[in-house]
Structure formats: C-alpha cells, structure tokens
Design a protein around this ligand. Sequence first.
Ligand SMILES: Cc1ncc(COP(=O)(O)O)c(C=O)c1O
Length: 365
Amino acid sequence: MNQIYNFSAGPAMLPKEVLIKAKKEFCDWNGMGVSIMEISHRSEAFIEVVKQAEENLRELLKIPDNYKILFCHGGARGQFAALPLNLFNPNETVDYVISGYWSKSAAHEALKYCIVNKINILIEKSEHLSVQPINQWSLTNNSKYIHYCPNETIDGIAINSLPNFSNNKIVLADYSSAILSAPLDVNRFGVIYAGTQKNIGPSGITLVIIRNDLLYCEKANRKIIPSILNYNILDKNHSMYNTPSTFAWYLSGMVFKWLKKQGGLLEMKKRNQEKSKLLYDTIDNSSLYINKINPINRSSINIPFKIKKSNLDKIFIKSAEQKGLLFLKGHHSTGGLRASIYNAMPIDGVKKLINFMKDFEYQNK
Ligand SMILES: Cc1ncc(COP(=O)(O)O)c(C=O)c1O
C-alpha cells in the first residue's frame, strides 16, 4: 500500500505506534471489557491515566513544582478570553505582540477585557519577511503582562529565542503548535497554553501551565469569570469541573509516553531541525518554490511556501494526494501551500515530499 503522510496543521498526524495501541485496546481497555470512552472520568482507573499523563508531561517539559497544569476545554481560542478574564483588570494595559494570524486573533479577543497595546513586530520588505528581535519590541512601561505566540502556525513565523525582560514582565505564550517540539524553560513564563490537536493528541483539550501565584491571584475570584474558564475553579476540581474529553486525555497521555520512549524533547528538537532543514533547503534551492521568511524567523514545524508560477497550486495538491502526501493546502487566509511536520512526522515523510516537489518542479519547468 502507498505509504500515507499527513501534513495537516491540526488536527494533525499522530504517532503510528500510539494509534496502533489505541486500536488494539479500543473495545477492551485495561482488560475491563469496555472502551476507555465508556468509563467515568472519576473512576480509579481513569484517574490513574490522568496521573500518569501529568507526571510524564511534567518530566518531559521539566515543569517546576510552583507551576500547575490545567487540562481545559475551549481550545486555544478559549484561552484568548480566559487569560484576560483571570489575570487582567478592565482598565489595565497589556502588551500583545503581533507576529501573525494567531497572535493578532488573541489580541483582538483581549480587546473585550482590557486595554491592548498591540506591538507589531513584523518587518516586510519586498520579498522578505522578518520579525524584530525581542530587545527591540516597544513594550509599554506600565504593562505587567506580555502575550506572544512563539510559533505562528499559519504564517510559519517563529520567535526562536526566549523572552527575558529585565522589568519583571509576566510572559504569557500561545504554544499551540510548538509545545513539545523542543525543550522549554518553563520558568521564563507566567502562563503557557496549547491546544492538544497539533503536537500532542486529538482535539478536545487545552493545556494551561500556570505559575501558582497567577493561579491564585485575587483577580481569579472575580465573579464575572465563567466557571468553566476560571483557573481557580478548574484547579480546585483537578480539571474536572465538568466532564472532560476523556479520550483526548488518554491519547495525549499515550503520546507523552511515546515521546519519552523516543528520547524526549532534545531528541525531538534534533529531528525537527533535521526535517525542516531538508525542506527549507529544497525550497531555497528551487526556482519554482518560495518561502519569503528570514531564515532565523522560520518555523521548524509549520512550513508555508508558494509556487512562483500561477495556477499550479491545485495541481500540486492533487498530484501530491495521489502520491499519499495529504493536506498540503495553505490556510485560506494566506493561500499557497503548507507542510506541517510535527513530532509524529517521520523523516521519511519529509523525504518523500521533497522527492515529489523536485519531480513536480522538473515537470513544470
Ligand atoms: C498558534 C495557534 N493559536 C490558536 C489556535 C486556535 O486553536 P483552537 O482551535 O484550539 O482554539 C491555533 C489553531 O490552529 C493555533 O495554531
């Protein structure tokens, strides 16, 4: 059978090994004669799944003890509202760094709840797109918090160095597409959040890694916060204030185990760098494809590119599909093409894509 590789930005490819294990135990989990989807989230057996998932995530990301992990509903977009509701006062100015579609969307949502200082860090010059280095971001002095998105899933822009502000700013980061792709110094952040549907598991859970002092800051008790978004309530209820997405939790836990078996996040970083280098080299050495992002601001996970000759996108996508290379269409807001190569994408998938791209270029000279 033609080997299929899935380049979707999310919900995205999951490790084959994990899928096979889930399939094996689909109807009879843990010898119970029922599937994991059919048991109570409060049962001992499921609580053990939750415990292990949290332990393994803590180990992978080296999450310090003064941080809590919440497994939330509502996706990353839910967090666009939850963060301001839990942390900011309505008359407070908060710095929102804009580096692409998702950071812009987060800032837009926050406008409902606080005064947003938008800091546009994109520099666009003819065929080149780059972002200002962190030390040039024009932050407001009176803003306690700064929000940014280290990896713009749609635009393929990454802020590859970690913020280190001298004036004790509390950094809030949307890690939806970059979480677990490389080691991360959690200590640098007040809150890290990420939807599971890209580099972790299926859709249905949003991880929130939050420093304890923020979790229990006085604003967290404000009556206006819907209970389901209230970090304080979620924590007190062990992320089970309402019925959680148990299947997503179980599968995410399996992916954490898989990551540990693969060698952890340093190994993931190495593999992701290797895969993305192969793909960017192919694009840069071709006369048909283009990615106009400055190499130091390129994502090693979501790689958008365009075909210089017009009207070839559809043919490219269709021919790729016939070869088993799926979901290479760019986001509707940008057009063009995009290859998302999360942890689960093996290097062979990237090599197959590269060979296809080279053949396609040869045929369309
Ligand atoms: C960086 C980033 N932030 C936010 C979102 C929105 O996530 P959700 O659909 O889970 O709300 C996405 C989804 O693609 C994303 O990539």
